[in-house]
Design a protein around this ligand. Structure first.
Ligand code: XMP
Length: 524
């Protein structure tokens, strides 16, 4: 099968100065059907030029532009002649570079402000209401506008909240247009991308998929390639995409740790073999993992041991396949960016559930990471384009160490059975409620936790002394922050009744009503 080579999509490069919301700029660009790449702020001009961008956005950041060691990008960005948009910290850099003046506020302006448009005919502000709410987060402010620029809008405390130079196509906002709290944010970003930078809203996920397939073919040639399937959406989409590119040169390995949810491993294998026709080696390693985990109660030690055992098994299997030169990893954009914080020169860290850490170096394998440019929801979209079944595309996040971190304390086969059954009851009840329209939207994650707490109960005529099971369901955008899901009481009641009635040794259920922060999603 040959795939026609697609014309390269017009790209906007976003330079990340470390704002919590930089990734949202990329996301908004793609929502506007514009292909974007988020790069660390200190990437060289050559790296930027390779992308042949049509425009560059300078993101916000937590630092101040005052001082000689303030974070800055390659100076060739400013002289590139490309349309530029500076946001917050990015605006301050533009002011500094182009000869304006900044002033330290002495306090940070953080939160909502009312934006008043002064120049409604400015291309950046087309369609923006005369007054609208914007989201501010800055410590420095603009004192004087650089030569060639005009002030386009203000707020009560910032006389220059938007500035622009129509001739050079350089614009800046002191607030964050990428956050939902900025009412006209989408209009502002779309004006910049479509009207000012002239990028047509032509980017679609299927053209991205075709292009990614071509890139994998070019990278891999006729070598054999390995992929560790976790059952999660990232490795599934990465493997399917690579299989489309190189077919039988790809071998997937599924290491069944015995720490998976009920029926999960069978479902994963069936989906990959029967539906996607991928070549999958299924390693049943439950016994090995349980031996390695015997008597281990510390959560970090559990994670370390599981990671090491996984690598050992994967390596043993990998050695059996001839002429392997590459390893597929489902690394996503947030993984890449999280590991490269401004000011640090740290190398790329890979999320633990994709982490076959050290293996590529030890086996001298190159990495194939076709999803490096995507966000989670875009990966799901790519999965749909590739024809992956819904059960995989919609799968809720599940930690790499699996049920091991959902048993507080020692892991035994019996305790695994308890948490697995409790998890099955939680997930099947919530899934049924969603299917029957009793619950909407689907929580981001929902599961059971087995605690070592024992409490007194009464069943029939006798006293019991049984285990406490925790139930957690959260809403979240990205797993970084979360809130507890307001599940209907009758749903909670059913879950609780089924757990204590159907699982021997459990006599009490508690629902976790803590957000993240201060708690985490997982209990371990
Ligand atoms: P926490 O508990 O850190 O979880 O708030 C945030 C998200 O990450 C998942 N998680 C893990 N994923 N290996 C993983 O692959 C881990 O060790 C791990 N610990 C937590 C968690 O399920 C949630 O989606």
């Amino acid at each position: 099968m040959t795939t026609p080579v697609q014309a390269k999509p017009a790209t906007v490069v976003i330079l990340d100065f470390g704002s919590q919301v930089s990734q949202l700029i990329a996301r908004r660009a793609r929502e506007a059907n514009v292909y974007s790449e988020l790069l660390p702020f200190d990437v060289s001009w050559d790296e930027i030029a390779k992308r042949e961008p049509s425009a560059i956005v300078l993101s916000g950041g937590p630092e101040s532009t005052f001082g000689d060691d303030a974070l800055d990008c390659d100076s060739r960005v400013y002289g590139s002649g490309l349309p530029l948009l500076g946001i917050c910290y990015g605006m301050q850099l533009l002011v500094k570079r182009f000869g304006g003046g900044l002033v330290r506020l002495g306090h940070s302006e953080f939160g909502p402000a009312q934006l008043v448009v002064d120049r409604a005919d400015a291309p950046l502000l087309l369609g923006v209401p005369t007054e609208s709410r914007v989201w501010m987060s800055h410590g420095d402010s603009v004192e004087s506008i650089p030569p060639g620029f005009t002030g386009l809008a203000h707020t009560a405390s910032s006389p220059v909240a938007v500035m622009g130079d129509e001739v050079r196509k350089i614009y800046a906002t002191l607030f964050h247009p990428e956050v939902v709290h900025t009412e006209a944010g989408t209009a502002i970003l779309e004006n910049f991308l479509h009207t000012i930078a002239g990028i047509a809203p032509a980017w679609r996920m299927d053209s991205w998929v075709d292009d990614a397939i071509e890139k994998v073919r070019a990278q891999v040639g006729d070598a054999n390639v390995l992929c560790a399937l976790s059952g999660g959406v990232d490795s599934a989409v990465a493997a399917t995409l690579v299989a489309r590119a190189i077919g039988k040169q790809l071998t997937c390995i599924y290491v069944d740790t015995g720490l998976m949810r009920k029926n999960e491993s069978l479902g994963v294998i069936a989906a990959f073999r029967d539906v996607l026709h991928l070549s999958v080696i299924h390693i049943d390693a439950e016994r090995r993992f349980l031996e390695r985990l015997a008597g281990i109660g510390d959560p970090e030690e559990k994670r370390i041991r599981i990671g090491h055992e996984f690598i050992a098994i994967f390596e043993e299997e990998a050695k059996k396949i001839p002429d392997v030169r590459f390893l597929v990893q489902g690394t996503l954009y947030p993984d890449v960016i999280e590991s490269k914080t401004p000011g640090s020169k740290a190398g790329h860290k890979i999320k633990s559930h994709h982490n076959v850490g050290g293996l590529p170096e030890r086996m001298a394998l190159g990495l194939v990471e076709p999803l490096r440019a995507l966000f989670k929801d875009e990966v799901r979209e790519a999965g749909r384009v590739l024809g992956l079944p819904n059960a995989i595309v919609e799968r809720q996040p599940f930690p790499g160490p699996g049920l091991a971190v959902r048993i507080i304390g020692d892991i035994t086969r019996e305790r695994l059975e308890v948490v697995r059954e409790a998890d099955w009851i939680v997930t099947s009840e919530i899934d049924a409620a969603i299917a029957q329209g009793r619950l909407s939207p689907r929580p981001w994650q929902y599961f059971a936790v087995l605690t070592p707490v024992k409490s007194v109960g009464v069943m029939g005529d006798g006293r019991t002394y049984g285990n406490l099971v925790g139930v957690r369901a959260i809403t979240s955008e990205d797993g970084m922050t979360a809130d507890w899901a307001r599940l209907p009481h009758d749903l909670l009641e059913r879950i609780s009744a089924r757990i204590v009635n159907e699982i021997p040794g459990v006599n009490r259920v508690a629902y976790d009503i803590t957000s993240k922060p201060p708690a985490t999603v997982e209990w371990e």
